[in-house]
Design a protein around this ligand. Structure first.
Ligand code: MG
Length: 370
């Protein structure tokens, strides 16, 4: 499994409808920015990170893959995933520049491509390589019905439709005004009844005082978790909020290292753990976070920056993973799409990590790497 070449790629894939918004961003496309790794024996592995499809930023990632990471990989044995993760994390060319953001997103794409290669070489889906199936089914929750940009009546209709399709969990965005968001939360809870889990996501917009006011109003509506209530790195604020409300808190999509998660765990600042393989240097580091979360007996609900293509393998294989996010924007770009049937993710069947793009995806969505 000697590595022959590492090549970056960019796909820009439209979101549902013409655009969506949360409390901090409005986007029209999802960026699938990644690496293809070819071995001398003719295998190709694919890995990617997720972006807001801003081409100049995406090209910073592709440039990092091509000029900083690739030279350390060519000639190496692709099956040495753990050793190569350390080699890239300690890349002298990235000292001081890295440990978060561009360098870590680039490393995520490479790490996922290496896992994809390893599973393909063994002829098994990644979940099997990770130790096999620990649960019969992975429960999906639908985020795509809950954007802040969706009008109140359409939000309620979408929530009902998701439940009719078999979803037992949904998530809606908050972070506009306390009054509007409480009104929407109450309307959705009324529409879906008491048996469907209903999470909310603030995307880090509010301060502690606003969160406390919101939570007092939201507690009667049985909120499953409040995701990113506060600024992403604010451990003390999350710990204070977790003590002050009966609503469980969740966070992780903006954390880049296992050390950052450990700080939230030890301060009892979050109840749900949301690492993302596309953000924190790949599956290798996320697996470590899942192990640590499990040692604290905290449940993991991976954040789907990959739109669950890789996380579905993790969720079938790791005992800490309880539920997985569903957003369908990019799934049809892959030969083994992360499909949901009757509210549960199908068990992936093809060898690899589910990251191989289809010919149609290349033709339709490919952008220049710079
Ligand atoms: Mg979120």
């Amino acid at each position: 499994m000697k590595i022959k070449a590492v090549k970056p790629f960019v796909l820009h894939v439209p979101v549902t409808g013409s655009q969506i918004a949360d409390s901090t961003h409005t986007i029209t496309h999802w960026g699938v920015v990644g690496a293809r790794i070819d071995t001398e024996d003719g295998l190709s592995g694919y890995g990617f990170t997720g972006t807001h499809s801003h081409l100049p930023s995406d090209q910073l990632i592709t440039r990092c893959i091509e000029t900083c990471h690739a030279p350390l990989l060519v000639g190496e044995d692709a099956s040495d995933v753990q050793r190569l993760w350390l080699k890239l994390a300690r890349n002298p060319a990235l000292q001081w520049i890295g440990r978060a953001g561009i360098t870590t997103l680039s490393q995520a794409a490479i790490d996922i491509a290496l896992w994809d290669l390893k599973a393909k070489a063994e002829g098994v889906p990644l979940w099997k390589l990770l130790g096999g199936q620990v649960r019969d089914k992975v429960r999906a929750y639908n985020t795509d019905i809950g954007w802040l940009s969706i009008a109140d009546d359409l939000l309620v209709q979408g929530a009902r439709r998701a439940v009719d399709q078999g979803f037992t969990g949904i998530k809606i965005k908050v972070g506009s005004t306390v009054e509007r968001d409480l009104r929407r939360l109450e309307a959705v809870r009324r529409a879906i009844g008491p048996d469907v889990t209903l999470a909310i996501d603030g995307n880090g917009k509010w301060d502690l005082a606003t969160c406390l006011r919101f939570c007092r109003g939201a507690e009667p509506f049985d909120v499953y978790w409040f995701e990113e209530p506060l600024w992403y790195d604010d451990v003390k604020g999350h710990a204070e909020l977790a003590r002050a409300t009966r609503i469980p808190t969740a966070l992780g999509e903006q954390l880049y290292t296992q050390d950052a998660f450990s700080e939230f765990f030890s301060q009892k600042a979050i109840h749900w753990v949301q690492p993302d393989v596309t953000r924190m240097g790949g599956l290798t580091e996320v697996w470590r976070v899942c192990e640590t979360a499990h040692s604290f007996r905290l449940p993991v609900a991976p954040h789907a920056g990959d739109m669950s293509q890789v996380h579905v393998h993790l969720s079938y294989a790791h005992p800490a993973c309880q539920v997985l996010e569903y957003i369908p924007w990019i799934k049809d770009c892959f030969t083994d799409p992360a499909d949901v049937v009757d509210g549960y993710f199908s068990l992936p069947q093809l060898p690899g990590a589910g990251t191989t793009p289809t010919e149609a995806a290349w033709k339709q969505f490919q952008k220049p790497v710079g």
